[in-house]
Design a protein around this ligand. Structure first.
Ligand SMILES: NC(=O)c1ccc[n+]([C@@H]2O[C@H](COP(=O)([O-])OP(=O)(O)OC[C@H]3O[C@@H](n4cnc5c(N)ncnc54)[C@H](OP(=O)(O)O)[C@@H]3O)[C@@H](O)[C@H]2O)c1
Length: 337
């Protein structure tokens, strides 16, 4: 396998940091790496494979000679730089919502729809951090039954908003414990000792954009345009890892034993479901882990064909950097880069 010239756009961000670690850990075949960010970060260096790599400003000329670009900055930066990098001959794996619903752009979770990598035209999107674990659970169950309807409620950590939100939760927690009143900056209300049923902006249909992303992205990845999905996305004062309460209606009743078996053999998934010993997935335990954890698997008392589950995964890893690197690994394996 030949080594590849890589660029990480957004290398100084919280997901950028995970890209660096994931690429190192997985021994991705790398000939060179460019660390790209905004003008603000010029002068900084970032460690990679035992060396300090200077951070460069991202410009239209940044992609000459680059084979794979991991683009994880802002939606606006993705809109501008993804087409420029693709035109320069690179495969772009984009972490933002800019291209996910574009019919010319595959939206991929390698354990679910790796075949979609084949038809890329220079850009592949990685899904929203809450969509990734949801479609993995649904795909595992789809091995044995049809999914008829999905209702999902998320409990999303502040790192999903980026580094500034992590600092805000930290600061607000200290201020409140000291008896002071924090002024929210990143979110419209304080997030410490609180939760916000509001992620991204509100749409005319009453959902938020984040909720609607989950609906649309799930349908695209599963190739099921009519799948009924409803989501409520909630920001919670957790630093890392998103949790989800998932209610799935199938075309037939499924025992919890069968569901557990299907989930346990699905790649990248770990069943943690032992109520007798208080065994269930939790965000603090999932942080820093590659796997998607599932537990609290039970029959949905409100529907004969229903299952209820609790799913937790690290939003910065499987929800972002790890999934993107796994997409690149598929592209390398299939000769699509
Ligand atoms: N956090 C998550 O769980 C998660 C999950 C899935 C997808 N994503 C997506 O990943 C992307 C990065 O998120 P994050 O959480 O890492 O945010 P972050 O911590 O706020 O970092 C943002 C990064 O983007 C860079 N940047 C900003 N404007 C830029 C520009 N015009 N040109 C080049 N670089 C620019 C920043 O560089 P400076 O340091 O120079 O400002 C920084 O490196 C976003 O698109 C986000 O939607 C995040």
């Amino acid at each position: 396998m030949r080594p590849y010239h890589i660029a990480i756009v957004g290398a100084t961000g919280i997901v950028g940091d995970r890209f660096i670690r994931v690429l190192e850990q997985r021994n991705f075949p790398i000939a060179s790496v460019r660390m790209l960010a905004s003008k603000r970060s010029v002068g900084r260096t970032l460690p990679f494979a035992g060396k300090q790599v200077p951070v460069e400003e991202t410009t239209p000329d940044s992609f000459k000679g680059v084979d794979i670009v991991f683009l994880s900055a802002t939606t606006e930066a993705s809109r501008v730089f993804a087409p420029l990098a693709a035109e320069a001959g690179a495969l772009v794996i984009d972490d933002s919502s800019a291209w996910r619903m574009d019919p010319q752009v595959p939206l991929v979770v390698p354990e679910v729809n790796p075949e979609d990598v084949a038809w890329h035209r220079g850009i592949i999107s990685t899904p929203n951090c809450s969509t990734v674990p949801l479609v993995m659970v649904l795909q595992a169950l789809r091995g044995a039954a049809q999914v008829r309807r999905v209702v999902v409620d998320t409990y999303q950590s502040v790192s999903g908003t980026g580094g500034a939100a992590v600092r805000e939760l930290d600061e607000q927690t200290r201020l409140l414990l000291g008896g002071e009143t924090p002024q929210p900056v990143v979110y419209p209300h304080p997030i410490a000792f609180n939760l916000l049923p509001h992620i991204d902006s509100f749409l005319e249909n009453g959902y938020t954009k984040e909720e609607w992303k989950m609906v649309q992205e799930t349908r695209k990845i599963l190739h099921d345009d009519a799948l009924p999905v409803s989501a409520t996305c909630v920001r919670v004062p957790v630093m890392v890892s998103h949790s989800e309460a998932v209610h799935v209606e199938l075309d037939r009743p499924m025992s919890t034993e069968e569901a557990r078996r299907l989930l346990a053999v699905f790649p990248g998934m770990v069943v943690q479901d032992d109520p007798a010993t208080n065994g269930y997935p939790m965000p603090a335990a999932a942080a820093g882990r590659d796997e998607v954890f599932v537990g609290r698997i039970r029959q949905d008392a409100s529907h004969p064909n229903g299952l209820a589950l609790w799913v937790v995964s690290d939003n910065l890893l499987k929800g972002a950097a790890l999934n993107a690197v796994q997409i690149a690994e598929v592209a390398v394996r299939e000769g699509k880069v």
